[in-house]
Design a binder for this molecule. Structure first.
Ligand SMILES: [Cu+2]
Length: 142
């Protein structure tokens, strides 16, 4: 027959020092802040596209676990050509989507694929991978 020891409680509260509780809370807040910065923050001011002789703004974006640069600055009312150089074998980044331009581009591995976009108004135009996990921003400024 199984006899349960009634005297011993199943758990007991261990009172931790206030300093330890504060430290744990502070580390938690710091991790949340870091996570918000990592996922939502701006990482740098962005990289400006250079202009070709034909007046087309050009920039090459390396696709490797993310877009480098991930924030691209171009001038408004001028055509642009974005060249994506994909070296990441992950299927995640096999496509890049520009929702505001209704453009979807397939990116073959170890190749550079260019996307030409028409001159556009100033604004912030996000782009992302097929699953909306890897993101970048096209910043069009006057
Ligand atoms: Cu993805």
């Amino acid at each position: 027959m199984l006899i349960l020891a009634a005297a011993a409680p199943l758990w007991r509260t261990i009172d931790q020092p206030m300093a330890l509780k504060t430290l744990v809370a502070a580390v938690g807040v710091a991790l949340i802040a870091w996570q918000l910065w990592w996922f939502l923050g701006r990482h740098g001011a962005g990289v400006a596209a250079r202009e070709s002789e034909a007046g087309v703004q050009e920039i090459t974006i390396t696709v490797d676990g993310g877009y480098t640069p991930s924030r691209i600055k171009v001038k408004a009312h001028q055509p642009m050509r974005l060249a994506f150089h994909r070296i990441d074998p992950s299927g995640c980044v096999a496509q890049v989507i520009f929702p505001d331009f209704h453009k979807t581009l397939d990116l073959p591995l170890d190749a550079t694929t260019s996307l030409e976009l028409p001159p556009t108004e100033a604004g912030v135009y996000p782009f992302h991978c097929g699953m909306n996990m890897v993101r970048g921003v096209l910043e069009v400024v006057n």
